[in-house]
Design a protein. Structure first.
Lengths: 220, 385
């Protein structure tokens, strides 16, 4: 897979390049400042972009702005945003444009190489990868508790993993239950939250995230 | 006798300038009154603030003149003049400083010539008497010092007339304190941002890189143990660097050595590690109570910055650092090198940072660095809080 990286810290940039090339991916572009991101994406023609939220010159959220701009320019470009800390507002902004082919992870997760690569691949295929902390924040948003209260603890766990972007198989293996049990839980969650049932993994994730991001109201 | 004559001549010159100033005032009074009348009659109101500003410049000169004679600055306080015309006219009229200045204007017209009239005929008498008294009888001059007394009198009444009222002085102090407090708040904010940035770019990034290396090593563990070992070596190095970064950040917040050894010990540690020869003396240290942590930290960074600059730019080989606490209420830091001088504040942001840090504590910074050297940095930090 062709990947473009935007990261200002040399150490992390080199680490990411090493990690991705070791995993057999090709790094076709590297940006170290906000304004460099779009040109690098246009010339690198990547299958996915990995962007740091905070980039020079302002060291604020240039990476995030670049990610949003990139998704406007190239609507199908999968973008994985990395951040040193979780900011729910950032997640909300990213999700507002749709969760398809979108990832938002804490930088710490990069250390779990397999999981990180799996998340990147998921995003590149149009899936979603949200950091567990982001999902936790989204689920604990005010006014959300009521609607989630009706869920059993297990159903909450399933919802959490689903919101992170995982498919049935992955959820089943993480919770050490059968896939059939997972589908049953998911069905229950959808009924309890009043979401329209859907079978495809991605579409379910999108529905759940739209639900969470909209503040607990059922959407579409 | 020669010294007395010289002093008398200088004092006489002071009185002559005072007389000239009186002539200027003599011309200025009718102009000033005219401008005031025009402003009152609402015609040509624009000249009134200008006239007040001109008067401020004139009294400014008188202040400098009196201050020079007395060896102490005569404080000055005016309301700032600005904004639209009506605002400026109001400021010009309502500022108590304006009427204080006007009072001086009138007084100067009278007193300037009066003092000169006393001084002029005094010359022949004083010369004659003191020539005889000192020259022949080896006594101390008696009449020549009268000139000094007259000049001092002139300076003193100028100072009294032009000194702002206590409330104006208090207002000025309050303004000064608000400025330094705003500086302190800004410095604090900048400091927090700096620490956050240092942590973000340094230790945090290194820890992520370290975690990444460990992840890669784990991945390589089964298939390529040699590569795995290399990655683990890398990881360990990253961990050590992260620790070093953390130490640096902590040192930047409050150097631990300050807590352990106190200011003098910490500065001595700085000196020992410095490439140039550095001597440290701390007069009055035993007598004075220990300064507040913020003051010590600021003092420490002042010395560190001065030493860094001396090593980088001065080309000298020796720095003398003094931490003076002989006056318990103030810490005086002085760093003098034997380098080529020519240090300018605009060249580096280091000194600017120091200036902000010191100003936040209500202290002062003086940099004296003539081309050819030496460079002397003097910082005063109040130790009374």
């Amino acid at each position: 897979m062709r990947v473009v990286i935007a990261e200002d810290n040399v150490l992390l940039r080199e680490g990411l390049v090493l990690l991705l090339t070791t995993a057999g991916h090709e790094v076709t572009g590297v940006a170290s400042t906000g304004p460099e991101v779009l040109p690098a994406l246009l010339s690198g023609r990547p299958d996915a972009a990995v962007l740091d939220v905070r980039l020079p010159p302002g060291f604020r959220d240039e990476g995030l702005r670049a990610a949003l701009a990139a998704r406007r320019e190239m609507p199908d470009l999968p973008v994985l945003v990395l951040s040193q800390y979780v900011e729910e507002a950032y997640a909300a902004e990213l999700l507002a444009g749709g969760a398809r082919g979108l990832g938002y992870l804490l930088k710490d997760r990069v250390g779990r190489v397999e999981e990180f690569l799996e998340a990147l691949e998921r995003v590149a295929e149009g899936g979603t990868a949200l950091d567990p902390e982001v999902v936790t924040e989204l689920m604990s948003r005010r006014g959300r508790e009521d609607s989630l209260e009706s869920l059993t603890p297990r159903e909450r766990e399933v919802l959490q993993l689903m919101a992170q972007g995982h498919g049935n198989t992955e959820i089943a293996s993480r919770l050490s239950v059968s896939e059939r049990a997972v589908s049953k839980h998911i069905g229950n969650v959808f009924v309890k939250l009043g979401l329209p049932p859907s079978d495809s993994g991605h579409r379910r994730v999108l529905a759940v995230l739209a639900y969470l991001n909209a503040g607990g109201r059922s959407v579409g | 006798m020669k010294a007395a004559l010289h002093a008398a001549w200088r004092a006489f010159c002071h009185l002559l300038v005072g007389f000239a100033l009186s002539l200027v005032c003599y011309v200025a009074i009718p102009l000033f009154v005219l401008c005031a009348a025009m402003a009152a009659a609402l015609i040509g109101a624009a000249t009134w603030p200008e006239a007040v500003l001109a008067l401020r410049r004139l009294t400014g000169f008188a202040r400098v003149r009196a201050g020079g004679r007395l060896g102490a600055r005569v404080p000055e306080h005016y309301l700032p003049m600005g904004g639209p015309l009506t605002e400026r006219v109001r400021t010009a009229s309502c500022d108590p400083g304006t009427w204080r200045d006007a009072r001086w204007l009138v007084a100067q017209v009278l007193i300037g010539p009066m003092l000169l009239y006393v001084a002029l005929p005094l010359w022949p008498v004083a010369l004659l008497v003191d020539l005889v008294w000192c020259g022949l009888l080896r006594g101390r001059p008696v009449l020549l010092p009268v000139f000094d007394a007259l000049a001092d009198l002139d300076a003193r009444w100028t100072a009294v007339l032009l000194r702002p009222s206590p409330s104006a002085q208090l207002a000025e102090r309050v303004q000064e304190l608000s400025v330094t407090r705003a500086g302190a708040v800004a410095a604090h904010g900048a400091e927090l941002r700096r620490i956050e940035r240092d942590l973000h770019d340094g230790a945090q990034a290194r820890l992520v890189a370290l975690s990444m290396r460990i992840g890669l090593a784990r991945r390589a563990y089964g298939s390529d143990p040699e590569a795995g070992r290399r990655l683990l070596d890398d990881a360990q190095q990253q961990a050590e660097e992260a620790l070093a970064e953390l130490r640096q950040v902590v040192r930047g917040i409050h150097p631990p050595v300050l807590t352990d050894r106190g200011l003098t010990g910490a500065v001595r540690a700085l000196a020992a590690a410095h490439p140039l020869r550095v001597t440290v003396s701390a007069p009055g240290e035993e007598m004075a109570p220990r300064a507040a942590a913020a003051v010590e930290a600021a003092a420490y960074f002042v010395v560190a910055e001065a030493l860094t600059n001396a090593a980088k730019h001065s080309g000298g080989s020796f720095v003398k650092v003094t931490l003076d606490r002989t006056q318990p209420s103030v810490l005086r830091i002085r760093a003098e090198d034997d380098g080529c001088g020519g240090a300018r504040e605009e060249r580096g942001s280091g000194l600017l940072g120091i200036r902000r840090r010191v100003a936040a504590l209500d202290g002062t910074v003086a940099l004296d660095s003539p081309v050819g050297g030496p460079t002397v940095v003097e910082v005063e930090l109040p130790c009374v809080w």
